[in-house]
Write a new protein. Sequence first.
Length: 257
Amino acid sequence: MNETRAPITLYTYAMSPFSAKVHCFLLYKQLDFECFYINPLHVKRDLPVGRQIPVVTIGDESRGDSTPIGLWLDERFPDGPRLLPESGAERDLLLKLDDWISQRLIPASFRFFPGPGLDKYRNGWKLGSVMGQTAEGGLPWLMRAGWPALVTRVGFVKRLVAQADDGLPVAESKRKLYDTFCGHLEGGPFLCGRDAPSMPDLAAYPQFTLYWAHGFHGGRDILDYPEIMGWLERMKPYVSGEPPLIPRGVGKHELPG
Ligand SMILES: N[C@@H](CCC(=O)N[C@@H](CS)C(=O)NCC(=O)O)C(=O)O
């Protein structure tokens, strides 16, 4: 079978930071693909492997787990833009930064959004609404209405929030994390001071933009970080293909940049 012709499907949730990371990998690599928005009520029925999204299917082969999916995409499609150099110290460095994003930045987004207090409801209902609008077959209204309470009871969400809890209040924790992120830019146009994006840039991009685009309370805090705003603007052309990261008709604001 011709590798480049094999159909590619990303199994995703519209608001999943891990899936959005893989969505950005696929856009950056300029691969033709489609999104299947999994219904959380039918994960077992519709997901080709495992119980977690993202999953990518190429032809009749399926893989889960965002970073291994990225490595697989570079292996299967080595001729287009690469997520990582083939070997060497820079590859190791970029993989380490991707790991920081998966272990620190992404879990933190589960703590920052919906967030505490009133935000739990304001943002929680937005989450339920995006999920209800995109998930295959939709969600019962009671589930959408109860989303703020439901989401905090889900096992993997609880685990990620606990992983992100550094003992600081949310605003302070966010400031510290975003400062660390700016440090990883090392003054360069892209992460690690590089001239072109790589896996960690694509992994990090949706962690700032998803919440902005859907109008979450707190999603515009990045306006206080000109370095992050400048980097988002430089990233935008690399992740602006089809299907869009923010499904049409669902987002509230244009992506920054
Ligand atoms: N290590 C995985 C984590 C993926 C993950 O946590 N996915 C969440 C959605 S954002 C999920 O499907 N959780 C369901 C579960 O753990 O049962 C990756 O990098 O892709």
